[in-house]
Structure formats: C-alpha cells, structure tokens
Design a protein around this ligand. Structure first.
Ligand SMILES: Nc1nc2c(ncn2[C@@H]2O[C@H](COP(=O)(O)OP(=O)(O)OP(=O)(O)O)[C@@H](O)[C@H]2O)c(=O)[nH]1
Ligand SMILES: [Mg+2]
Length: 296
C-alpha cells in the first residue's frame, strides 16, 4: 500500500483514538518523507491540540493536522515572480535526471499559454545529447531554442538568449542547465559567471530592464529525503528562489516539501506529475497539506 492510501486508512475510522495512535502517526509520517525531527514536532503539537480541545475522534483530528501542515509551508506565487519582470530569466538547477529539461519545456508551454513569449536556453552544454533534447521540445512546441555546441560555455548561452529577448524576440528566458552532481564551487562559479555576463549586457544598454534571475531547483519526488540533501547543498551554494517537485505521480509521498519549508525556508512553486507538457501545476499549499493528511 502506498503512503497516500496508508494515511487515509490511518485517519479513516470512527470512534475513540486507539492506544499508540500518536506514536504510529509519527512512524507513518517518517515513511512519508517528513523526517523524524519534523514528524515528532508535528505529532507533539497535534497531541497537545487534541488534549486542549478535547478532540477524541480521528476525523476532526485529521483536519487539525492538515492545518498544522499547511501553516508550516513557505508560500510563494511563481507567476507573480515571473510575470512581474520583462525579460524574466529562470535558471533550472538540479542533479542528474531530476527532470530539468522536461520542466523547462513545460514551463515554456505554460507561460506561453499565459501570454508570455518564452525562449529556451540550452545551457546544459555538458551532457551529450542535451542540446538536441531541448531542441526537440522547442520544435514540438514551436518555441525558440538558443543553443551553442556541446562543451561550450553555459553563461554564453544564457547571455545570447537574453540578447535575443532584449532585441525583442521574447520576454522570458528559461535556461536548462547541466545535471552534474555539482560541487559547491563549480556551481557557484557557473552561476556567478552567468550573473557577470548579464550585468555586462545590461550595463551596455541603459534602457534595458533589469533582468531578475529566478533560480529554481528541480527535485525528483521519488528520491525522498535525498531531495532535501540536494536542496541543502544547492541552497547553501547559491540562494534559491524555490523548488519544483517532479515525478509527483500517483503513489508519491512528497513529505519532503514540508522539510524544505521548515528547514530551509524554501517554497515549493510547482508540482509535476507526468511527462506531458500539461503535467505541471502551481503548488497549492492547502490542497497539498490536505492530500498529505489523507483527505478522503
Ligand atoms: N513520471 C514523470 N516523469 C518525469 C517527470 N518529469 C520528468 N520526467 C522524466 O524523467 C526523465 C528525466 O527527465 P529530464 O527532463 O531529461 O531530466 P534532466 O534533469 O534534464 O536530466 P539530465 O539532463 O540528464 O540531468 C525523463 O524520462 C522524463 O520524461 C514527471 O513529472 N513525471
Ligand atoms: Mg537535462
């Protein structure tokens, strides 16, 4: 049985709370990728609430629990961030295979449908085939892809894509980056360089609007607590604006989202639940907390 079904079962009975209810809840939350520290804290709070308010039935307790979860989430509306800038620049970061390239294409499709004119930047110049992979998405979606050769400088690709945007070719640059297991220094250097080249470009044309660089970390929901360690490393190296959780398909646990908020103050901005371009949606804190808490 998957986590979602288990938590539904857990709260899905009537009558008084059985002995060991709160301990069992703690164990279950750890299974849902919440992390032992946070699980314990939440269970303690819930137990205190149930005493104070004399809640003895699982139904109302489940609702309180969902609210506790929701209250702990750092919230950020990605659309306000992206649509408040022109041109806006999004850098997608993450380790190998988390879904950066697919997500870049999904975001491009999504923001185009919201009236933006996106350009994809193939800043993964590291992996063989990465540029072609993004180009295929570009062809399918009829969205421009700015690319150099494999082995080229990622910062130069982003620079060219921003040039194209500033020249009137678009108002949103979405940059796919390489999925190596970045060492801290390599990552910082790569991003600093991107910042530097953009600054040079922006100084040259005083009328050019300031490009804000939005840095989103792409995390694979199926990697569980490992995703939190990745976020710690990346966020420690370059301050991130948020997280995109991919592969949150049926059966996913997703408790790591609460740890990202509690431990790193990082908001989750999108959830992806499939390989199609439409399989992306803005993160909805209330709905996510309700579903994690096993709403029927
Ligand atoms: N089920 C599911 N699969 C996904 C999702 N997002 C991406 N994938 C798949 O995950 C695999 C890796 O996706 P990519 O977009 O290539 O990942 P990447 O981070 O760019 O990988 P590298 O460039 O190798 O680091 C592909 O098979 C995608 O189709 C998702 O939300 N759900
Ligand atoms: Mg990729």
């Amino acid at each position: 049985m998957g986590f979602a079904a288990k938590i539904k079962d857990f709260f899905g009975f009537t009558g008084p709370l059985p002995e060991g209810f709160f301990d069992d809840l703690g164990d279950l939350l750890v299974e849902g990728d919440l992390g032992p520290g946070l699980a314990m804290k939440l269970v303690d709070r819930l137990q205190a609430l149930s005493k104070k308010e004399k809640i003895t039935e699982p139904g109302p307790l489940r609702e309180r629990f969902a609210k506790l979860l929701e209250d702990g989430l750092v919230v950020l509306d990605p659309d306000t961030l992206v649509e408040g800038e022109s041109p806006a620049l999004i850098l997608l970061l993450g380790v190998n295979g988390t879904g950066k390239t697919t997500t870049a294409a999904k975001l491009a499709a999504r923001y185009r449908s919201r009236g933006r004119n996106p350009i994809l930047a193939a800043a993964d110049t590291f992996r063989a085939g990465a540029v072609d992979q993004l180009k295929i998405h570009g062809q399918r979606l009829k969205i421009r892809v700015v690319a150099h050769r494999q082995g080229g400088d990622p910062a130069a690709v982003v620079y060219d894509a921003m040039e194209a945007a500033l020249a009137g070719g678009g108002d949103l640059v979405i940059a796919d980056t390489a999925g190596r297991m970045h060492t801290k220094t390599a990552l910082v250097e790569e991003l600093k360089k991107i910042d530097r080249v953009l600054e040079t470009r922006l100084n040259r044309t005083e009328t050019a609007p300031m490009a804000r660089c939005i840095k989103w970390l792409v995390l694979d929901a199926t990697t569980g607590r490992n995703a939190l360690s990745q976020a710690e490393i990346f966020h420690g190296a370059v301050p991130l604006d948020g997280v995109i959780l991919t592969k949150y398909d049926s059966g996913a646990r997703g408790g790591v989202v609460f740890s990202l908020s509690a431990e790193l103050k990082l908001p989750t901005v999108f959830l992806c639940n499939g390989e199609g371009y439409e399989h992306i949606r803005p993160f909805d804190p209330a709905a996510f907390a309700e579903s994690f808490a096993g709403r029927n």
